[in-house]
Design a protein around this ligand. Sequence first.
Ligand code: ATP
Ligand code: MG
Length: 450
Amino acid sequence: MIRQLISRVFGRGPGKPAVVPSARHGIRREAISNGSRRVVETLQDSGYEAFVVGGAVRDLLAGIAPKDFDVATDATPEQVRRCFRRARLIGRRFQIVHVTMGQEIVEVTTFRGHHDQRDGPRAQTDAQGRVLRDNVFGSQKEDAARRDFTVNALYYDPVAETVTDYHHGLDDLERKTLRMIGDPATRYREDPVRMLRAVRLAAKLDFVIDAGTQRPIGELAGLIENVPPSRLFDEMLKLLTSGHSLKCLQRLRAEGLHHGLLPLLDVIVEQPLGKRFVTLALENTDRRVREGRPISPGFLFATLLWNEVLARWEALKAGGERPIPALHEAMNETLDAQAEKLAITRRVASDIKDIWAIQPRFEVRSGKRPYGLLEQPRFKAALDFLLMRAESGETDAALGQWWQDFLDADGPKRVAMLLEQTPAAPKKRRHRKRKPAANAAEVESEGETH
Ligand code: ATP
Ligand code: MG
């Protein structure tokens, strides 16, 4: 009904897009970034077609502040480059141009063409149908058909203030529905990451995934295993830092999509303690993202994998290994097991290890070592991690509080705090030994192992 009405009002014929004026879509040109607006204007002045496209248009229409503004054009990357003083060609799988406008970098892509035309060049695919290389240029219409969801295929022209809509994206926005363009199963086979995008965007936008778009996911979830681990890492990072990580992970699990990503997560969330810890970590991350505070990928993955480290660490210690070497072995085993599926970058992996390796060092609260710990570059992250362990019930809350107080204290107060914790003199010690506080005993023996 609505579609027919729109077609009638805006004169859409078969295969023709609706070109919707601002009175209906409501986006004002002031809402887009200066940089992207100037890029579009410059390209149009040079005689090319140019639009703001993708996530930015979708988010503006959904009332969300866009993260970035991408531009699509019929100019080739080389032609785009020649229009701007500061422009660089980048990209392997897709060739794109980065145009620098003041502080802003605007990503400009040339319209992509079909790769399944009988007489045109074919995209290279692997045995499962995954597209490997894809640099065929095309018309705006072809470009729209190549995008994933209808709401991602809307083109905003800030000069004319129109939205061009080939696939009823505006209707789907109104219905809060995520719908794949074309045959969903084929599109997932071409690029299995689209399954993850469906989950992430539905959570972010609070949309439902259309039944037809959702249906093939269960059957095709295994294709995720076929995606290069580095690309999965990028997509997982987007998902985990979306501000809706908890919702996304629950949904991934419900769809059976998590197996190839964080295989360890499956085991982890099944354990009550692990579940509590991971849930806390994700809630904490989502809160930070929504408050606009930075989040560290290292911290995030450290929390997701911690219970796995703990389990392995315990097993190694039970087998007679000394605590600290056992911890390092458990850390490496956990990261190696994870790396087969999802390539955590080396820098992030080193952050993760720093955060983990500091944990047992919090047990030592006497002598000079606590000062040394404060100087560790990852101290603050490690303390946040400890506080979260305490909150989940895995470790003593008093320990985290002590370190927080120690961090906040001035010089004399720190000295006093350390004295309070220092093992008592021999005489008193004998006295204390008759009635030992469980923690004090642990701290003393742990201290000796370092
Ligand atoms: P966000 O930026 O909020 O994460 P987005 O939709 O903008 O979401 P990008 O990765 O920035 O995601 O992609 C920009 C646009 O490129 C999308 O809106 C979509 O039109 C297209 N696109 C991105 N990834 C794919 C894909 N895997 N298959 C088809 N089209 C895609
Ligand atoms: Mg985007």
